[in-house]
Design a protein around this ligand. Structure first.
Ligand SMILES: [Zn+2]
Length: 404
């Protein structure tokens, strides 16, 4: 039953002889809005300073302030009205950036019609290799691989802080309800997770760009299996898992800004099957005898075709193949798949993916950059050409994660 408007609900309740206790909505008790500087309220903007028109209390006056931060992109982009956003003691100038581009072709069209479409498949992991990316053509030839590492460093950092939180809690005994304990430590963990997710996702997109890929494919996250161990270990794993989701989310909008579309496929058995011939693989650690399947081990060996390689790279290739297998075509020989697996996979992945690709038409701005500068600027317009807010596009620094 559709939800009725409040007056209707009231009427209904009264006719049924019930009490109507619902209060009408109230405006927020306090406002926390950033001031937008429309044209005429700012001038003489340079890379290091801006002149703002501000209210002093008695009159309006021009105030020259210094600014720092990244350079604004200049290539075919349009700057919107900046906003003054308060961050504690400081004020930030947020500037929305608009870039216009034609919408990339639909996923199905790209996979089925262009023989030379390159697909960048990404396998996200909880271990050292945070992301393993492979580029393959729709025909199935493999062009490049990249490992994006740093998992151990971030895990070590988190574990240290989580351990400290656990010790603090043990010392304090009681944790006050509704109040964040160890706020500074939690903030550190969050900030580092956020930073790594941004770096990794940018590198994934850069790799895709370098090889001319127009499709980015991930697998669905699945569920995190509970692990045993100390608080720090469990908390760490959980955060590593959440980070996978964040990397996907960030890669999605970063890719869209480069006209690359993102999709996801079913994760089932992506790492258990050989990317070359489709047989079950053996997974083992270095120095061990290749036998059986050890989840999480770094290497794979295919007993059927003799393929030997890195387990995460194999999984990444399978993810790309699964996307290609979603659109079977008569003329085009697609990636080799075992006959018994093909049918089931098509069923599995056919349903899930298209929906995700569609949701992409209105890519979202990352929560981090959303604060304060999203008033109407991130909205995609209907029609062939679309405009949207783009975050600053400069290249991120090297992924180095020194421990403190
Ligand atoms: Zn094989």
């Amino acid at each position: 039953m559709p939800l009725l408007a409040r007056p209707k609900r009231k009427e209904q309740a009264l006719t049924r002889g019930k009490k109507f206790t619902e209060r009408p909505p109230v405006p927020p008790r306090s406002w926390n809005k950033s001031a937008t500087l429309y044209a005429g309220m700012w001038k003489e903007r340079t890379a290091s300073s801006i002149v703002l028109k501000v209210r002093t209390g008695s009159c309006w006056s021009w105030l020259k302030v210094r600014i720092t931060g990244r350079d604004l992109p200049t290539d075919g982009t349009e700057l919107g009205s900046p906003q003054l956003v308060r961050h504690g003691e400081h004020w930030w100038v947020h500037t929305p950036v608009e870039k216009q581009f034609s919408r990339p072709a639909k996923l199905e069209q790209q996979v089925t019609t262009h023989g030379e479409t390159n697909i960048c498949a990404v396998d996200l992991n909880l271990g050292e290799h945070l992301a393993v990316c492979t580029i393959q053509t729709v025909e199935g030839s493999i062009l490049a691989t990249r490992f994006i590492d740093g998992g151990n460093a971030i895990a070590g950092f988190r574990k240290q802080l989580l351990g400290r939180i656990a010790r603090n809690r043990a010392r304090t005994g009681i944790i006050a309800a509704g109040e964040q304990d160890n706020a500074a430590l939690w903030r550190k963990i969050r900030a580092r997770d956020e930073q790594v997710a941004h770096l990794v996702s940018r590198r994934v997109v850069q790799f895709a760009q370098e090889h001319g890929a127009t499709i980015l494919v991930f697998e669905y996250l699945g569920t995190l299996k509970p692990t045993k161990g100390k608080y720090s270990r469990r908390g760490n794993r959980k955060r590593a898992f959440w980070m996978k989701g964040r990397i996907f989310q960030y890669a999605k909008y970063k890719a869209w800004n480069e006209r690359i579309i993102t999709t996801r496929v079913n994760p089932r058995n992506t790492s258990r099957v050989c990317a070359r011939c489709g047989a079950q693989v053996m997974r083992y650690a270095q120095g061990e005898v290749a036998e059986g399947y050890t989840p999480g081990a770094p290497l794979v060996l295919c007993p059927a075709c003799g393929m030997r390689g890195h387990a995460d790279r194999n999984a990444s290739l399978r993810i790309g193949q699964r996307l290609i297998a979603r659109y079977p075509s008569q003329e085009k020989p697609h990636a080799p798949l075992p006959p018994r697996e093909t049918e089931r996979e098509l069923k599995d992945s056919g349903v899930v993916g298209s929906q995700d690709a569609k949701s992409f038409e209105q890519p979202s701005i990352a929560p981090a950059s959303r604060h304060g500068n999203s008033n109407g600027h991130g909205t995609a317009h209907k029609g062939k050409r679309r405009r949207m807010g783009t975050p600053s596009l400069s290249i991120p620094p090297q992924l180095r994660l020194p421990l403190e």
